[in-house]
Design a protein around this ligand. Sequence first.
Ligand code: UTP
Length: 297
Amino acid sequence: MTRSVNKAIFPLAGHGTRFLPMTKASPKEMLPLVDKPVVQYVVEEAVASGIQEIIMITGRGKRAIEDHFDISYELEDVLEKKGKYELLEEIRKISYLAEIVYTRQKESLGLGHAVLCGRQFIGDEPFAVALGDEIIDGPEAALAQLVGVYLRLNGPVIGVQRVPPEEVSHYGIAAGKEIGEGLIEIETLVEKPTPEEAPSNLAVIGRYILTPDIFSILEQQKPGVGGEIQLTDALRTLAGQRPVYAYEIRGARYDTGDKLGFLKATVQFGLKNPELGESFRKFLRSLFPGDPETGGR
Ligand code: UTP
């Protein structure tokens, strides 16, 4: 019987070296897109996909994430006394979005190892994995798209998107037999290949629906690229044992753990913001007065 997906692992214990010095003492997942931290968008996506329980795998310097999803009595009291009821409501909602528990990955041994840290919490159920610095802005919540495929095929599903050939070396790359629109049964999975080695341009983008049989593979997994225990390597082993699928997620993706990705997301979310969008658009246009593409429109 196919079981529904109620739980998720959020691996948040990386060092965020691409965003130093900002990430020296603050988590990249707490960077704001307009007024909400990136990780809140990802929690909201999970909730919209039917996830009720989340385990966040954190590490040193990540305490701000726990505080963000906790109740802040003092702040609520201040807002109440000032009559700022709308803000109060918004702040309160954050602490009740989902059941969130935390555990620490004591050493950053890799994404695969971070997922293994969630084993006890997950038990014997299918579960989602979502990277807390990847935002996917689509017609349907990204994890919900994968849950749909999982329920149909009753097997692990990895979210992918096509990337330009010169970018394949930043990602895990999947390839296999096409069995439906945007859907493949995986035959090969390679972590950070060179453009020459890459079997396709389908990049693994930080959203997964997995089954608990991945844990015993992760337990045995030797370090791979970068000396880290890679989830991609364990998924390759799993794909040798049972069908594992890749599904092309619909939506605009922003890697906010990358400086340029973060800037792009900020601009897009700023433009979409109902209160600020129009003024922000005007400001951006004013930066390029002579540009025939944007000027005067
Ligand atoms: P990244 O490859 O983005 O690594 O990890 P990172 O350390 O976060 O960032 P950079 O590349 O140094 O800038 C992918 C995801 O896996 C988590 C990260 O938090 C991120 O969400 N991760 C990685 C862990 O939880 N533990 C690890 O040991 C490694």
